[in-house]
Design a protein around this ligand. Sequence first.
Ligand code: COA
Ligand code: MG
Length: 290
Amino acid sequence: MNPRRALLYMPGDSRPKIEKAISLQVDSICMDMEDGTAHNRKQKAREVIAQALQELDFGRSEKLIRINGIGTGLERDDLDLTLPHHPDGVVVPKVESVNQLEWLNAQLEAAETAHGWERHSLRVLAIIESAKGIINLKEIATHPRLDALIFGAEDYAASIGATRTKNGMEVLFARSQVVLHAKANNLQAIDVVFVNFKDTVNLKIDALLGAQLGFTGKQIIHPNQISPVQAAFSPNDAEIDYAQRLLAAFKSAEAEGKGAIDFEGKMIDMPLVLSARQIIERAKAAGKLE
Ligand code: COA
Ligand code: MG
């Protein structure tokens, strides 16, 4: 599974923004037909996305489409026009029940069969952004087509009648639930959009909080957000060095039959070894280690 440290949205009707995104080396490019696209531009967005998928080389960036919510009546046209041009995956908003994923799965299976693509090669990333979505997470998160759960804070806050605050306490419970269910099912967890796209200082703080909570990446909306976010979700050199030293020390201790050791003044046992291994894996995925 590709690392998706930064998942950049742009309105699907904007060919210039799609082209710009491709030039920026972002992990995932998500061409939006949902809320980033005005109602009277939905059809235009489908056409622009179809053409972009046919004509443009996305390089190392993943190419995703975001459809309208399942049940809105727009989702079938979104899929019919864009799916034949083989995006890597579909981001589906406002997921509230596993039945919606079952419906999508059937459409994707049909496309895979019709085009002779590998089964399950079209991946799904589900956005959880309502009270119902959180309550039904346990069932939703087990769907085998899923690669990732995404948390949508703005829609979630609206769904529960919360007021957004700077520190985000009002969404913390749901934000953590998304991480919990993602990790229990071996899925990526992709964090909230930081909407003040000119405020890089607070973006970094928010991205770091997401990484500390266990998220593996973050949704973004502007080119300025790519590099701070990709950095926040990649281990830094000091962390990689520490993890390597810790693993080496643990390996020699293990050979001597010890399960817990004193490492640079700190007690190290299995949970910390597992965290260190995760840092090494993330460093490899980010291209910082062979
Ligand atoms: N993806 C790709 N390129 C983008 C981009 C995005 N999300 N947002 C801005 N750019 C480009 C602009 O086109 C511009 O390119 P240029 O210098 O080649 O002309 C450059 O980056 C600088 O953009 P800027 O002028 O600072 O912003 P803007 O006024 O053009 O756009 C927004 C501001 C918020 C409208 C825009 O960032 C946007 O559309 N974001 C995505 C919104 C979205 O998809 N929402 C739904 C998901 S939550
Ligand atoms: Mg939303």
